[in-house]
Ligand binder design. Structure first.
Ligand code: GLN
Length: 204
């Protein structure tokens, strides 16, 4: 089976684990750089991106995560996880001087809490590229993705805003497929992992 890590420093990592195991993946919780060894892919869950960023520093995970991607690992970020993947973060809290560190593995700008305070949370049937029927997508203080680079492919839009993208072996969604029971987006990610693993496998 595919070996999938779930970043487990903060946020909804248990739910990702359950969905992925339900689809037959072998799942490992990742807290330390050594936990990344031998994984095919990593999922970064939703939660709170500023806390997660601080914990990445505490656990010494910033460069190991970049190296993991550079050496062929696939990565999927949901909500706060998507924020951490972006090239640029817009709307970082003022106490951080308006700046927030990110991995820069995805050539997009991410605008935090983009749907406004009045509509903190909502669920909508979302048309997603690659799925035959809409996916009931749960948004919680969700970001949107803007200024997509040339290699970034939009996969879903809500209210005229891009909320899911793919760039090579990186997937990002502004909503939370792990908090609903529909496993189709997790399945889509596992397909992506399988596909890119073949591409990056060393020739023997
Ligand atoms: N608004 C949160 C942040 O900026 C993300 C929310 C979420 O992951 N549901 O980190």
């Amino acid at each position: 089976p595919l070996k999938i890590g779930v970043l487990a420093v903060q946020g909804a990592f248990r739910e990702h684990r359950q969905r992925l195991e339900g689809l037959g993946a072998e799942v490992r919780e990742v807290r330390l750089p050594a936990d990344l060894e031998g994984l095919d892919a990593l999922v970064m869950p939703g939660g709170e991106s500023t806390s997660m960023a601080r914990l990445l520093s505490d656990f010494g995970l910033w460069s190991p995560l970049r190296d993991f991607h550079a050496s062929g690992g696939a990565v999927w970020g949901t909500c706060a996880g998507a924020i951490l993947l972006a090239r640029e973060v817009e709307g970082a809290p003022p106490q951080f001087g308006g700046h927030q560190d990110s991995l820069g593995l995805l050539d997009v700008n991410v605008r935090r809490n983009a749907f406004g305070r009045q509509v903190d949370s909502f669920s909508v049937p979302l048309k997603v590229d690659g799925l035959e029927t809409p996916f009931e997508a749960l948004f919680i203080r969700a970001p949107v993705l803007t200024d997509l680079g040339p290699d970034v492919q939009p996969l879903a839009e809500h209210a005229g805003q891009v909320v899911m993208v793919r760039q090579g072996r990186v997937l990002a969604s502004a909503f939370h497929p792990e908090l609903t029971l529909d496993p189709r987006i997790h399945a889509l990610f596992l397909d992506l992992v399988q596909e890119t693993r073949q591409e990056t496998a060393p020739a023997v």
